[in-house]
Design a protein. Structure first.
Length: 238
């Protein structure tokens, strides 16, 4: 699959299995022969029942899991970086400059304030200190997190509040590809709407999205394409 000028991400012939060392080295297939692309300004949503490998694909693209074969070409200016073959240093650099990730769970350093968590993500992605603070303030406000909480670490926040911090951190940089793993799962209607608006604005600026949404309404509003991952799964009844 030759990347088009509009492509941000081209995934081709991707295989992944886990080796269960505590079960005699049994091989557990996850996905087989996964191929798709994400264009600039496009939102591709992974669909299919639970257990078919949707979150695993996101983690492979982000470099958390290594694939057994295939390629994951991520646009970097005029060239493409193959995440499947990139070094650890190249992957860290790609995460800083090119691709962001919003997981289902907030994992942060204890005792760091909410505002500093989001501002640090913006600085890490290349924003100057003052711009990073402005970005953090804007995102936390738009996601309806009360300002009285900004100086507090999010460990004691509710699940929905923690997820809003997680989303703000993921959107804090200038990444061209954003990977979202059920970002709205624990949000109320008002904050789901805020996330939909953020996605629309970034897409208008050419940002591409690879995402999972179990909320039917949100998926219908943001998805350009829904890719059925079950056709790539070897696990019967998964």
């Amino acid at each position: 699959m030759t990347p088009r000028p509009s492509d941000l991400l081209v995934v081709e012939a991707l295989d992944k299995a886990f080796i269960l060392h505590l079960h005699g080295g049994k091989r557990l297939p996850v996905v087989t022969n996964v191929s798709f692309s994400v264009a600039r300004g496009e939102c591709v949503v992974l669909g299919g029942p639970s257990g078919v490998g949707k979150s695993s694909i996101l983690k492979i693209v982000f470099g958390n899991y290594r694939s057994e074969c295939g390629s994951i070409r991520l646009a970097d200016g005029e060239r493409f970086l193959d995440i499947a073959r990139a070094s650890a240093r190249e992957i860290v650099d790609a995460r800083r400059r090119l691709m962001g990730y919003v997981s289902q769970f907030l994992r942060v350093i204890p005792r760091v304030s909410t505002f500093d968590i989001v501002a640090a993500a913006a600085r890490d992605a290349g924003l100057e200190a003052s711009a990073a603070k402005d970005r953090a303030s804007s995102l936390l406000t738009r996601l309806n997190l009360p300002e009285r909480l900004w100086s507090l670490p999010p460990a004691t926040f509710s699940g929905g509040e923690q997820q809003r911090v997680n989303i703000a951190r993921g959107f804090a940089g200038e990444h061209r590809l954003l990977i979202l793993d059920e970002p709205t799962a624990s949000l109320d209607a008002t904050n789901r709407e805020a996330v939909v608006e953020l996605i629309a604005e970034r897409r208008a600026g050419g940002v591409g999205f690879l995402a999972i949404f179990h909320d039917d309404d949100v998926r219908a509003r943001v998805a350009d394409r829904v890719l059925d991952v079950s056709k790539f799964s070897e696990r019967e009844g998964a």
